[in-house]
Write a protein that binds this ligand. Structure first.
Ligand code: ATP
Length: 262
């Protein structure tokens, strides 16, 4: 690891962190199977909102639909326990992706884009995956945990399990970055965006404007099969993608079920 890397610990993350509740409690594991699993367990035990689970290295991280997400040493794997009103659930994937884009820009100067629904890309290559897992009882959100995996300080080519279409911050910059700074900045940005939700903040608009997907010809795949093809025309406020098919009709694609291919 290079000179810029600070030690990750609960104390180094929470110390003078300028948030009201997000990241005021951090549970840090040097090595863990999955931060999302621990977040679920902690949430079910009644952990305070804003609790952060973070791992220095993650061995069995999850993507969507039981896909795996690898976080080798040098990466960032982090989950936050939230309990928003049920009407804000669709905004969580948007605000999480946006907070990643903002903090990568602030800390590293790198510009990134969002690929619908849950990837963050740099120069077309995946640098971060975003996941939201929630449990709702009636009208009450028991918990809604957001998770990110950022490829920070490692060479993607050193890990055959990571697709060659991925990149890392250190691959892009040819130097290491401070994971600590990125994490702290991310927590601040998540809270800022989260607190704008009740006032009808501009999360949706900024998210839409950060999408690389719009205007592109895409294939929608489910379980390896192409289910439809069309031009990604727009996104709805609930986060779904509106696809213009070749017969001229508009089809609504809901996140969570499908994979997009350019
Ligand atoms: P895709 O990213 O291929 O469009 P997806 O967004 O549906 O698919 P996710 O569930 O977000 O996929 O992420 C899981 C996939 O990401 C895995 O199938 C694997 O190919 C890939 N992957 C795993 N670890 C990493 C990593 N560290 N960086 C980039 N990609 C990874």
């Amino acid at each position: 690891m290079g000179m810029v890397e600070n030690n990750l610990s609960s104390a180094s993350i929470t110390s003078n962190l300028e948030t009201q509740f997000i990241g005021q409690r951090v549970i840090y594991y040097p090595k863990l199977a999955s931060t999302m699993d621990i977040a679920k367990r902690e949430a079910r035990r009644g952990a305070v909102e804003g609790t952060v689970i973070i791992a220095g290295e993650q061995t069995a991280g999850r993507g969507r639909i039981k896909r795996t997400w690898l976080t080798p040493e040098g990466g960032i794997a982090l989950s936050i326990i939230l309990r928003p009103g049920v009407r804000y659930l669709p905004s969580l994937i948007m605000l999480t992706s946006l907070a990643v884009v903002r903090s990568l820009r602030k800390v590293t100067g790198l510009e990134s884009q969002i690929k619908w629904p849950n990837d963050v890309l740099i120069n077309g290559r995946k640098v971060c995956g975003v996941l939201v897992e929630s449990e709702v009882q009636g009208d009450t959100v028991s918990y809604a945990n957001i998770g990110i995996g950022i490829n920070a300080n490692f060479r993607v080519s050193d890990f055959p399990e990571i697709p060659s279409t991925a990149t890392s911050l250190s691959d892009e910059l040819e130097r290491d970055v401070s994971r600590l700074e990125i994490i702290r900045c991310f927590l601040v940005e998540v809270e800022k965006l989260y607190l704008t939700l009740p006032g009808g903040g501009a999360v949706y608009e900024e998210w839409r404007d950060s999408l690389v997907t719009l205007g592109r010809e895409v294939q929608v795949k489910w379980e390896g099969n192409i289910v439809c093809e069309g031009v990604a025309e727009s996104v709805a406020r609930d986060g779904s993608l509106l696809l213009r098919l070749s017969d001229g009709t508009l089809k609504k694609i809901v996140a969570g079920d499908v994979t997009l291919r350019a």
